[in-house]
Design a protein around this ligand. Structure first.
Ligand SMILES: CC(C)(COP(=O)(O)OP(=O)(O)OC[C@H]1O[C@@H](n2cnc3c(N)ncnc32)[C@H](O)[C@@H]1OP(=O)(O)O)[C@@H](O)C(=O)NCCC(=O)NCCS
Length: 161
């Protein structure tokens, strides 16, 4: 394997520590003022969450590594219930994170393509994901890969006019 070649494989228990670090890069941005205790709870929960996912054949945790270092991961699930605008079974892209220092080198793309191959092998009808409106870079990334918006989640405070 060349040092710069990106390899995608299924994640295992030895990857849990790296997944935790990568997920915290993303969740730190989303968690507003959770404090240290909240952050520690999130970290413990993350390990258990992915340990279970790895042991479940209806879920996949894919990791991308280069030169033996895990630089990104993707977690997808096979959904058997009727989805919004999709027939079952469909594939939910639950989370995708690439290490901040390794972005814009094609790692995210390779992970999404591998999840699409997993969904195709499992005869799933579609892949679906949620992305925050403020995450403009991720929206552009998914659109470039062929994903199109089908629904908008809207929000308002009951006290606002
Ligand atoms: C969104 C995310 C996963 C993309 O990962 P990535 O590895 O940077 O993705 P890629 O490198 O495949 O593509 C990103 C961009 O780099 C460009 N790119 C890809 N390979 C490249 C290369 N070799 N050289 C230069 N640019 C390249 C792509 O054209 C793409 O451009 P875009 O900004 O128009 O989409 C990453 O930014 C991330 O982890 N963000 C934080 C978590 C997050 O928001 N996740 C999504 C919500 S669940």
């Amino acid at each position: 394997m060349g040092a710069r070649e990106i390899v995608v494989r299924e994640g295992g228990p030895r990857d849990l520590g790296t997944l935790e670090v990568l997920e915290s890069q993303y969740s730190r941005r989303l968690l507003k003022g959770g404090g240290e205790a909240a952050a520690a709870n999130v970290r413990r929960g993350v390990r258990e969450h992915y340990r279970r996912a790895m042991a479940d054949t209806a879920q996949v945790v894919l990791v991308a590594e280069r030169g033996g270092r895990v630089l990104g991961f993707l977690h997808a699930t096979r959904e058997e219930g009727p989805g919004d605008l999709v027939r079952a079974p469909w594939c939910c892209l639950a989370i995708l994170v690439v290490d901040r220092a390794a972005r814009h080198r094609g790692i995210g793309t390779v992970l999404v393509r591998a999840a699409e191959a997993w969904a195709a092998r499992g005869r799933m009808t579609a892949l679906q994901l949620g992305v925050h409106e403020f995450n403009r870079g991720a929206i552009r990334f998914y659109e470039r890969l062929g994903y199109r918006p089908v629904m908008r989640l809207m929000q308002k405070s009951p006290r606002a006019r």
